[in-house]
Write a protein that binds this ligand. Structure first.
Ligand code: BGC
Length: 365
């Protein structure tokens, strides 16, 4: 295999992100895949963070402006949710903030698709805080929306919701808690969250995970389960909930590497993943590489960067997942291809995590 042309693919990745950004600031998850033409807070926040790191400050600012509008437009709804929970009543699921929106910021309507997820709002606080500090952007226009999101997270962080992959709702998930922890901690440092509120949430998450989240010495996909999910990598980088050199972080990294990482590079989501047969995700290779950087394993991080680059097509576009070395459940591939067509490409989040890992490795031009 020839050496990847990272300089070219990094330029291309930023162009894919900025080129597909909606005029109103939203990023579609994948413009070419029928069910991904929406804007997710989770995907979008990582995409905006990558754009911000790569010098496309205006693109990131436009996204954060869009998020602030989306949130403030729903101030009444947030107030109803927090008030109900404050009275000890569980709101109707449709009252919670959705996970994805139309590009113009409207609700997508009842698509029958998992919609109650809180991690994206924590991820937004984290990405916003980083962007404001990095580019010395005036925080004033974001204070109202950030305060609403802080209230919303303070009221909802402990409620089971769908995981990153929108598959299971019955439990509280490690990656969700990590994103909420990272977002609240970052917002407090940036002066966007009331410090006492943020400390109550981050302390609550620490206690909950210590009590129920590390039964075998490592973080788990969900409280009460023993299994890992590669989304847990985000608890180390970027969310700094645990450090890969501490015992829990080191054990989590080791379990993910044992179960989900292919020796040639590339990372599966979880062992039961049947979506397109369960291939390897560039997004997760990016998180793994960033964790390696934090653990001082630069050569391993570089292997993941090279693996991501090798998944790009001739036009420099990255997919959501690549069959790579091996599918976990190949018998399921045909079902998904028949249902929704080929794997989503370009996935803007894949391009974002490639840029982010390159930045962590210090090779972003
Ligand atoms: C993934 C989500 C992601 C969405 C859009 C889904 O298949 O499970 O994590 O946010 O696609 O990229």
């Amino acid at each position: 295999m020839s050496a990847p042309d990272h300089a070219r693919l990094l330029r291309r990745s930023l162009a894919v992100i900025t080129g597909h950004q909606d005029t109103g600031g939203a990023y579609p998850a994948c413009p070419a895949y029928p069910v991904y033409r929406y804007a997710w807070f989770r995907d979008g926040s990582f995409i905006a963070d990558a754009a911000s790191r790569a010098g496309a400050a205006d693109s990131a600012t436009a996204f954060h402006d869009w998020c602030a509008r989306v949130v403030t437009d729903r101030a009444d709804r947030i107030g109803r949710v927090t008030a109900a929970l404050g009275r000890g009543e569980m709101p109707d699921e449709a009252e919670f903030l959705p996970t994805r929106y139309e590009l113009d910021g409207g609700d997508t309507g009842d698509s029958g698709w998992a919609d109650f997820q809180t991690d994206g709002y924590g991820t937004w606080l984290w990405a916003l805080s980083g962007h404001l500090g990095r580019h010395r952007v005036d925080p004033a226009p974001y204070r109202e929306a950030a305060a609403l999101v802080v209230d919303y997270i303070a009221a909802t962080w402990n409620i089971p919701c769908y995981d990153w992959w929108e598959e299971t709702q019955e439990e509280r998930h490690g990656a969700t808690l990590g994103a909420l922890y990272g977002g609240m901690a970052a917002a407090a440092r940036a002066g966007l969250a009331d410090p006492a509120t943020a400390a109550r949430v981050t302390g609550g998450i620490e206690r909950l995970v210590a009590e129920r989240g590390i039964p075998g010495g490592h973080l788990t996909r969900s409280l009460g389960s023993g299994a890992v999910d590669a989304s847990l990598l985000a608890c180390m980088a970027p969310f700094s909930f645990v450090d890969p050199t501490d015992p829990v972080g080191a054990a989590t990294l080791a379990a993910v590497e044992r179960d989900l990482v292919e020796p040639e590079g590339g990372v599966h989501r979880h062992l039961a993943d049947v979506f397109y047969g369960g291939g390897q995700w560039p997004v997760l290779a990016g998180f793994l590489g960033s964790v390696h950087v934090r653990a001082g394993r630069t050569a391993d991080a570089r292997r993941e960067l090279d693996w991501i680059a090798a998944q790009a097509d001739d036009d420099g576009l990255l997919p959501e997942q690549a069959p790579g070395v091996r599918l976990l459940h190949p018998e399921h591939l045909e079902h998904w291809e028949t249902k929704w067509g080929p794997v989503a490409k370009p996935l803007l989040w894949s391009h974002a995590m490639y840029l982010t890992l390159a930045d962590d490795l210090g090779i972003l031009p």
